[in-house]
Design a protein around this ligand. Structure first.
Ligand code: NAP
Ligand code: MG
Length: 510
């Protein structure tokens, strides 16, 4: 039997192994020393990446008739990850014809209840393969595993579950009206949330009875192709979803194909404008989810530490690669100095590095081209006279990385107040009255999102009513739910995704 004495002796021996406080380095006792976390790398064993990835048409992976392939990189290392088929005009045409045939012979004839069953099955398979999907997304995109695992993939499953529920209730979504699907939908998505954007597009389109041709972004096609395997495993009828990988030319071929009934596009405002011109005067319906330059407004009565976390999450989350990133920060003058001091301290603690490390806050920028664009805009901000802060933290030697940074004392005329940077760069300015805050927040060609921070509900409601932004968060930021419509004002786009509003974008409602 273990006696109390024996236990005391044992714990004394254990305690002796731990360095007594007196023996710790001086800085550690005062709290000035920075402790390093040991790396905590997510294993990549679960993912099998094919060297050559073919097009997904008619339920099968097929060679592109163009015979062309391009390379997808891991932005965290700059190394080649895989080769991806580049769909030419003939491949896009085959995908659209397949989607048309499947629409007419299979999918539009199926009951909503049956379509819903496929969507439920897809949602469950996504949950089952969630770790694989998250690791692949991080490898191809560069985003921290914490985000792909805890944000992207759960939201992807949630989108399929949510829309599965609508598939047999569309008449209740629009009471007293008749609804019918549009037909073949061409969908083009960006690289910042590759899997989530695919889910935002595919789930409502299928629930409403349409068939799909999807074009992922050139730098991040792999997770869409893994999703194609999920569709196969779910037994989704061949040809309901077709995936044509490629660059801008593949997207343009899809936009210009005469037998597409609707184009749904998420990406930059510049490409959105090209697409709007291309479909003008045709029978095609169009929804556009474009860029943003969204503002946080922080009033002096806000819970400042909570607001600080919201700001950090809003711009440094996903390396600033978020269309609705809170890339402008408007501070009430009375708290500006205090808040900027807090911001500096917090930004200096963010961890930039290997996206597969579970401790990483900021992963890799998606491509060398994007990193170059961000650096150029930072230099422009310096030239324009912004007060620049960037911590000195170490970043990996290989791959594409940008430290989190911000400019204070920025005026609305600065380029960095107006142009979407799409990187971890924040522009900070001040206001004296709520009227001035609203004027400054609305002083942008965009209108995607905004965040209001105050303890006064009446003030939040009043300011929210005056802001020209599609999504407004109060005392929080970057919260998403499939039932909440998402979309922008002005140059941030046309139409909404999610919720009942999002369904109407894939239906003829009469
Ligand atoms: P992008 O350059 O506009 O590309 C978006 C997609 O369009 C990609 O698949 C791209 O292919 C394709 N594309 C390029 N040129 C085309 C053309 N002429 N015709 C048809 N398709 C074409 O945007 P990105 O740089 O990938 O993504 C970042 C942008 O997306 C940001 O502006 C961001 O704000 C916006 N975004 C908006 C939302 C929203 O919901 N509002 C959500 C996410 C992202 P390649 O990749 O091969 O060039
Ligand atoms: Mg890649």
């Amino acid at each position: 039997m273990t006696t109390k004495r024996a236990l005391d002796k044992k714990s004394k021996a254990q305690a002796a192994k731990i360095a007594p406080v007196e023996k710790l380095p001086k800085q550690a006792k005062t709290g000035a020393m920075k402790f390093e976390y040991a790396p905590s790398l997510e294993s990549t064993d679960i993912v099998r990446i094919e060297k050559r990835n073919r097009l997904f048409i008619g339920g099968k992976f097929i060679e592109p008739s163009s015979e062309a392939y391009f390379t997808s990189m891991n932005p965290a290392t700059g190394e080649r990850l895989a080769d991806i088929a580049e769909a030419g005009d003939a491949d896009v045409d085959l995908a659209v014809r397949t989607a048309r045939k499947t629409y007419e012979n299979v999918w539009s004839k199926m009951s909503g209840r049956e379509r819903g069953r496929y969507l439920f099955r897809i949602a469950r398979l996504i949950q089952e393969r969630s770790r694989e999907l998250a690791v692949l997304e991080t490898l191809d995109n560069g985003k921290p595993i914490r985000e792909s695992r805890d944000v992207d993939v759960p939201l992807v499953a949630a989108h399929f579950f949510y829309h599965a529920g609508w598939a047999d209730k569309l008449n209740y979504a629009f009471p007293g009206q008749n609804v019918s699907p549009l037909g073949v939908v061409g969908q083009i998505i960006p690289w910042n949330f590759p899997l989530l954007m695919a889910a935002w597009k595919i789930a409502p389109a299928l629930a409403c009875g349409n068939t799909v041709v999807l074009k992922p972004a050139e730098t991040t096609s792999l997770s869409a192709l893994l999703l194609a395997q999920v569709f196969q495993d779910a037994g989704l009828p061949d040809g309901v979803v077709n995936i044509v990988t490629g660059a801008g030319a593949t997207g343009a071929a899809l936009v210009n194909h005469p037998d597409v009934d609707k184009i749904a596009f998420t990406g930059s405002t510049d490409v959105g404008k090209i697409i709007a011109r291309a479909v003008a005067g045709t029978k095609k319906r169009l929804t556009l989810e474009l860029g943003g330059k969204s503002a946080h407004i922080i009033f002096e009565d806000a819970a400042l530490d909570q607001a600080l976390e919201g700001v950090i999450n809003g711009i440094y989350f996903n390396q600033g690669h978020v269309c609705c990133a809170g890339s402008r920060l408007l501070l009430e003058e009375s708290i500006a100095e205090e808040f900027v001091a807090k911001l500096k301290k917090r930004v200096a603690k963010l961890r930039v590095g290997n996206p597969l490390d579970k401790n990483t806050d900021i992963g890799a920028i998606n491509s060398a081209g994007e990193l170059k664009k961000i650096k150029k805009l930072i230099q422009l901000g310096k030239d324009e006279g912004g007060e620049f802060f960037e911590p000195t933290c170490a970043i990996p030697d290989k791959g594409f990385y940008q430290r989190p940074c911000f400019f204070s004392n920025v005026s609305s005329s600065f380029t960095l107040s107006r142009v979407e940077i799409f990187g971890p760069v924040l522009a900070v300015s001040t206001f004296r009255t709520s009227q001035e805050a609203v004027l400054k927040a609305n002083d942008t060609p965009y209108g995607l999102a905004a965040g209001i921070w105050s303890e006064k509900g009446a003030k939040i409601h009043k300011v929210a009513g005056q802001l020209k932004a599609g999504v407004i968060w109060a005392n929080t930021y970057n919260k998403f739910d499939p039932s909440a419509p998402f979309g922008g004002y002005n140059e941030s786009g046309w139409g909404r995704e999610g919720g009942r509003h999002g369904l109407s974008a894939y239906l003829d409602v009469r």
